[in-house]
Structure formats: C-alpha cells, structure tokens
Ligand binder design. Structure first.
Ligand code: TTP
Ligand code: MG
Ligand code: MG
Length: 435
C-alpha cells in the first residue's frame, strides 16, 4: 500500500544519439540514421532513428549486420561531446520543475513533481511543457511517463514511445500491465527473464498470479522482490544528486516585542511547520534543529541540537525546538524575533515506513496536499492558532511564510469537515519521543 500517492515523471529521449544528429543536420530528418561507426566498421550500433528500426536495426547490433538490413542508411560515428552537451542542458531544464531530479542515464531522468503541482499544474501539464521546451531547445523529442512510483512511470514512458505522454496508475497494475512481457519491467534483466521463462512465466500477469511457494522455490529470497515488481510496487524515492541545501529556516520579527510564552511557543510551531513543508517539498529529512531568539535589547542567542536520526515530521522537530527554547529560560524578557532552522539533511525515503512514525508522515503529506491546493494557511496545526491570529494582523515587513490569501478566505473554499479532521488528528496524536 502506498503511504501517499506521489507524482513521478520518467523522461526518456527518443532515439537519443540519432535524434541529436538529425536535429543538427536537418537533411537527415525522416531518414534511417545509424550512430555507432562508419560503414564497414567493426563496432556495434549505439543508436538508430525510428526510420532505421523499421528495417530491424537496433542498439547493440553489429554495424556490419545493420548495413545488410538497411543498406541505404546514413552511418555516423559517435559524437559523445555533442550528446553530453544536450544531456547537461536537459538536466538544467528539468531542474526548473523540481529539486528532485534523478539522472538515470545519458538520456533519461526521473522527476518527483509531487510538490511542484501548485506552481506548475498537474503532472500531465508539466510533461507537456517539458516536451515542448526540450523540442524548442534541441529539436529532439522525448517520451514521458507518469506514475505513483518510478517503476510505473518508467513503464508508462516506454509504452508511449516515441514522443508520447502516458500514465499508469495503481489500478493499471491489474489491468494493462498484465499482458506486458516480464522483461519490460525495470529490474527484471535477461538472466531473470530466462529463469522465469523456464517456469513458463513470460508476462507480468503470470508473475502476479504464480503461487508464491513456486516462486520462492526457484528464486529463494529474491522471490518477494520479484512479486513486488510484478505488482508495480517500488518505493525507492527519486534521488537528486544536487548538493543538499545547508539549512532551511524560518524566522519572525514581531510587530511589537512579545513576552507571552504561549505565543512564542505557538510561533515556534508555525515556523517549524512552515520549514518542514519546504523540507518535504525538497524530499529531505533533517537531523539538526537550531533555535534563534533576539531580545528587545537586540542581544541574540542560539541553541542547536542534533537528533539520533533524520526526521521529516513536524512533531519531533517542534519538540526539539521547544526544548531548546526552555533551556534558554527566557523568563519575563521581551522577545523581538524567533527563528527555527533545520539542517543536517539526508534525502528522505518516501517509502512504506514501517516504524510507528509512518502515520505522522502520512498526515503531514496530506496536509501538504491540501495546502498545495488551497494555500498554506488552509490548514494550521491546532497549537499554532494563537500565533496565526498574530500573523493575520502582521505587518508586510514580516519575514514569515509565503502565504496565499487569508485564512478565512481559504477556509471557505475548503471542505471544512475534512480539514477539521486532519487538524484534530494532528493535534490529538500523542506526543512521541524526538525520534
Ligand atoms: P536508449 O534510451 O535505450 O535508446 P534510444 O534513446 O536510442 O531510443 P529509445 O527511443 O528507444 O529510447 O539509450 C539512450 C542512448 O544511449 C542511445 O541513443 C545511445 C546510447 N546507447 C548505446 O550507446 N548503446 C546501447 O546499447 C544502448 C541501448 C544505448
Ligand atoms: Mg531513449
Ligand atoms: Mg534511455
């Protein structure tokens, strides 16, 4: 079961090396083009245009054989420098849509656009825009698959080649996917394919249905993983290779200095909540919480604490922030500014979390989804209410939160019942240890 449905795109360029050659030499468009070496060469085909594929040419075929199959094709040497230049530009283009871009090969990448929808629209709209921009920039086409997991997104891209956009959902696993040959599933290589064929298992549906003991007898510990693949279940997150940000922080300068402990704590909750929303958008988990307090005298103090393991849920991070706040013993002093900063990042695994923190993560993701749709203030943690009242009368100079519309306005748009439930559940969750 998926904790929360993610929106993942898989992009793969069509006949990549051959398309780049056709784009820079327009006279080659519409012709069979084979990249891999000159005629008479001893190499193999790296890439061939779709026109050449009609003659049975494919990657890894010896050039000599390709020549026989398609004698009138244009044969070109590999110009890796040119393809790498397109590749680099492509990655830069994709990173405009999300921080979570995983480069899977020279011509393919995964994008987790779960957090990008508010800004760029539904995944299909994002896919269309990417296709257009790739074509405008390089004159080459790509295929894009959409799915809740990397596995399904990649399959969807493959099924919609060339130049297509397609989507596979969890429901397709027991529908369209069943007739696919097992070899189409990323992770089932030629050796496994052969072993499956020996058992008479050639399609995804057969692999879904085969009695598990039979699979276990043949594949031992690998049987479970195979079955999971056949069921479209892969929880591996999109892993960006971008350098991780150093910190994500939020701070608030009050209009008037404050010495109300309740308001200060509520502010910390809202600040943490807001920073965690960015953390999730970036697919990160944090280990270190830092607190900053500036008094009315402009004297500024800070405290930081590192947790035993990275987390991406509000509660343990907020509890750490308030523990740090208590240590500061603010007492009756007047406070001008408070800030919370998170650091010590790792990429968060958006996986089926088996520890008892899973519920909090799922609720957090649900809150993110509502906010994506209706604006950040549509849902606020119950404990944040006093601070929210304060924000509602805040001066525009405040550094806190990218908000859209007032709370009352978005609340009207919301299904009030659903939002109350979420807030109530979050508020009534028993406090847990920091990790
Ligand atoms: P692929 O994406 O596998 O193939 P492709 O882009 O040529 O065609 P498709 O439309 O089916 O995706 O590989 C990307 C590039 O990697 C390809 O253009 C050339 C290179 N490559 C090789 O050099 N040798 C190979 O055996 C394969 C499969 C690819
Ligand atoms: Mg390709
Ligand atoms: Mg590829």
């Amino acid at each position: 079961m998926f904790v929360a449905s993610r929106a993942i795109l898989h992009l793969d360029m069509d006949a990549f090396f051959a398309s780049v050659e056709q784009a820079r030499r327009p006279e080659l468009r519409g012709k069979p083009v084979i990249v891999g070496g000159e005629r008479g060469g001893r190499g193999v085909v790296s890439a061939c245009s779709y026109e050449a594929r009609e003659y049975g040419v494919h990657s890894a075929l010896p050039i000599a054989l390709a020549e026989r199959l398609c004698p009138h094709a244009v044969f070109l040497p590999v110009d890796m420098k040119a393809y790498l230049a397109v590749h680099r530009s492509l990655v830069t283009l994709l990173e405009r849509y999300t921080d979570l871009v995983e480069v899977a090969s020279i011509d393919e990448a995964y994008l987790d656009v779960t957090g990008s929808r508010r800004l760029f629209g539904p995944p299909r709209t994002i896919a269309h825009r990417i296709q257009e921009q790739v074509y405008d920039a390089h004159g080459v086409t790509c295929s894009i698959g959409i799915g809740p997991t990397k596995l399904l997104a990649k399959l969807a891209a493959g099924l919609n080649k060339p130049a297509g956009i397609g989507e596979l959902t969890g429901a397709d696993v027991h529908g369209r996917l069943r007739d696919l040959p097992v070899g189409e599933v990323c992770g089932i290589g030629p050796v496994t394919q052969e072993r499956l064929a020996a058992l008479g298992l050639t399609t995804v549906g057969m692999l879904q249905d085969v009695p598990f003991p039979l699979l276990a007898a043949a594949f031992g510990k690998g049987a479970h993983g195979l079955r999971q693949l056949a069921l479209g279940r892969s929880f591996s997150p999109v892993r960006s290779e971008r350098p991780l940000p150093k910190s994500v922080g939020r701070e608030l300068t009050f209009d008037d200095d404050v010495n109300d402990g309740e308001l200060l704590r509520a502010t910390l909750l809202s600040l943490t909540d807001n920073a965690v929303a960015e953390l999730r958008r970036k697919g990160l988990a944090a280990r270190t919480v830092a607190l900053k307090v500036r008094f009315s005298t402009f004297h500024t103090v800070g405290r930081r604490r590192t947790l035993p393991r990275p987390v991406s849920a509000v509660r343990p991070l907020y509890e750490t922030a308030t523990a740090l706040f208590d240590e500061l013993d603010v007492g009756a002093r007047w406070v001008r500014l408070v800030g919370v900063s998170l650091s010590g990042f790792t990429h968060n695994a958006f996986q089926l979390t088996l520890d008892d923190g899973w519920r909090e993560v799922a609720l957090g993701e649900a809150v993110d989804r509502v906010r994506e749709k209706y604006g950040f203030r549509a849902l606020a943690l119950a404990g944040g209410a006093p601070a929210r009242r304060h924000f509602d009368h805040a001066s525009p100079a405040q550094s806190f939160h990218p908000s859209s519309g007032g709370a009352a306005e978005v609340a009207r748009e919301l299904d009030a019942e659903a939002s109350r439930d979420l807030v109530a559940e979050l508020a009534s969750e028993p406090a847990r240890e920091a990790v």
